[in-house]
Design a protein. Structure first.
Length: 143
């Protein structure tokens, strides 16, 4: 069984080094082993040529929630692959929330679903991530 202290220590190390998520203004709402909720307000510089949220920004939000949910202990877990389906356009000023949940974990492989919603609760995108847990410790792990 995973020690929750290991999870939170690993998450803190990962988030402290995650400059991309910080630059996009992502906020962690929930961080538990196998589950995470991360939100982000869409800025003007996150929109595409149609004045809608760039798909890469929605993917980045979902990917961050996925990364948090699958890094459950002191070993580094990375994405082995991911797919996303975009279901609703959003615009600057809206707040998006990604809720990641573990669906399956077998050995060092995991499967996670992430639902991205807008501030009204409408589903914006569905993301499925596949994880692989390495045998490496976090880069700044003292052990």
């Amino acid at each position: 069984m995973t020690d929750p202290a290991d999870h939170f220590a690993g998450q803190r190390r990962m988030l402290q080094r995650d400059r991309a998520s910080a630059a996009l203004g992502m906020v962690v709402e929930r961080d538990e082993p196998g589950e995470a909720i991360v939100s982000m307000t869409v800025r003007d510089d996150m929109t595409n040529g149609f004045s809608i949220t760039h798909g890469g920004m929605v993917f980045a939000l979902a990917d961050t929630a996925f990364a948090m949910a699958c890094n459950e202990d002191s070993d580094v877990t990375v994405a082995a692959g991911a797919d996303i389906s975009f279901l609703k356009a959003t615009h600057a000023g809206q707040t998006l929330t990604a809720h990641a949940r573990r669906r399956a974990l077998a050995g060092r492989s995991g499967l996670y679903d992430v639902t991205v919603t807008d501030e009204t609760g409408d589903v914006v995108a569905e993301f499925r991530g596949r994880s692989f847990t390495t045998r490496r410790a976090h880069p700044d792990d003292p052990s």
